[in-house]
Design a protein around this ligand. Structure first.
Ligand SMILES: *Cc1c(COP(=O)(O)O)cnc(C)c1O
Length: 393
């Protein structure tokens, strides 16, 4: 481990030197099936020809020019994303926390424009929105917040999937201006929304004049089998935060807004030097193009349900296995005990998996995953999880 890097990550002791499709190779030439995908980032897998070509061609033309000028690729990407999400305007940044920061600032400005002096945003228990001061405050994990006090004012927390709790806060706190929620909680342990939750949130937001803001940083860009997870429901949000899968590995984030929310920012209110530069936008445009042309939403749905079913039939109902859940290619296997050590066990066998929230094996493979590769992953877990549960018992 490098003594020159700040000690922010407990890294696994290996480095990858190349990738192709759903596979990565380490320095020793060992191959791994990648069910982490750079934490739900590499939706196209590794070295996808369309993405590589777009990035190379754009780099040769123009990498960066700044938002002091029109950026044609950014305008193109904004139009494409707004078309896909039925939103009106986009703001571009470089990461998920920045996409949420934009949403939080937008909500506060929206509140002030309505005469609310101290705007409050309702956020959820177990939420994850990022590591900046505002987004770690919005996150529902003491581990992420501890030591960084004072936290930001202006957030009220309620349990996830509890619309009544949201209504109660909205009724009693006239400062509430928005609700910020993940359609499937990712870092919090792969918790999907209850069936009528989003519809109930929409109704509450309409009743009290609140913005419904979805953090789709992890769920967006076909991860759950639709372009955006809210599209499984027929309910439309006012604001959407995107990042992870958007550039398929090239850093880019976006905040999309609709209706009144889209008209909140004026020049000078918000910005980002790198945000939406030609290189990042070319990568995102190529990513969206590849997802469309190669039917990857359909693939995420099909291979995702296959993987979920295979895992349920292999492990469901076993003592020690609490629940197997997910949507599309975002799947969690929750055990009854901390299982971080399974990451190394899987790795030894040539598979990259992630454990989040201590007890949840999280699978977020590339959207190009095949049914055969899904079967391999299910067989791996069918093998290592029962052994682990017997040992740890
Ligand atoms: C990863 C993630 C973030 C933070 O994204 P960064 O790019 O690390 O800032 C925010 N929200 C959700 C739902 C995420 O999964």
């Amino acid at each position: 481990m490098s003594e020159y890097l700040m000690n922010t990550y407990a890294r696994q002791p290996l480095a990858f030197v190349k990738g192709e499709g759903a596979y990565l190779w380490d320095e020793e030439g060992r191959r791994y099936l990648d069910a982490v995908a750079g934490v739900a980032v590499n939706g196209l897998g590794h070295a996808h020809p369309r993405l590589v070509k777009a990035v190379c061609e754009q780099a040769q033309m123009l990498i960066h020019s700044s938002n002091l000028y029109r950026v044609k690729r950014q305008e193109e990407l904004a139009e494409r994303l707004c078309g896909l999400a039925r939103m009106d305007r986009a703001f571009f940044c470089n990461s998920g926390c920045e996409a949420n920061e934009a949403a939080i600032k937008l909500a506060r400005l929206y509140g002030h424009q309505k005469g609310v002096e101290n705007p409050v945003i309702i956020v959820m228990e177990k939420a994850f929105h990022g590591r900046t001061l505002a987004t770690l405050t919005a996150s529902g994990s003491r581990k992420i917040q501890a030591g960084f006090e004072p936290l930001m004012p202006g957030f009220a927390r309620v349990p996830y999937n509890d619309a009544d709790a949201v209504r109660l806060v909205a009724q009693h706190n006239p400062g509430v201006v928005a609700v910020l929620v993940e359609p499937v909680q990712g870092e919090g342990g792969v918790h999907p929304m209850a069936a009528d939750y989003l519809a109930r949130l929409r109704a509450i937001c309409d009743e009290f004049g609140l913005l419904l803001m979805l953090d789709e940083v992890q769920t967006g860009i076909a991860r759950t089998g639709e372009w955006f997870a809210f599209q499984h429901t027929g309910i439309e949000p006012d604001v959407i935060a995107l990042a992870k899968g958007l550039g398929a590995g090239v850093p880019i984030g976006a905040c999309l807004a609709r209706g009144a929310a889209a008209e909140v920012f004026k020049p000078g209110n918000h910005g980002s030097t790198f945000g939406g530069n030609p290189l990042a936008c070319a990568a995102a445009l190529a990513t969206l193009e590849a997802i469309e042309q190669e039917g990857l939403r359909e693939n995420a749905r099909r291979v995702g349900s296959h993987l979920l079913a295979a895992l349920r039939s292999a492990l469901g109902g076993r003592p020690g296995v609490r629940e197997i859940r997910g949507q599309g290619l975002m799947i969690g296997v929750e055990l009854d005990r901390p299982c971080g050590e399974l990451v190394a066990v899987a790795r030894e066998r040539g598979y990259l998996v992630n454990v989040t929230s201590d007890t949840v094996i999280r699978l977020v493979p590339p959207l190009i995953l095949t049914v055969e590769q899904a079967d391999e992953l299910a067989a791996l877990l069918a093998d290592i999880v029962p052994v682990f549960l017997r040992q740890a018992a």
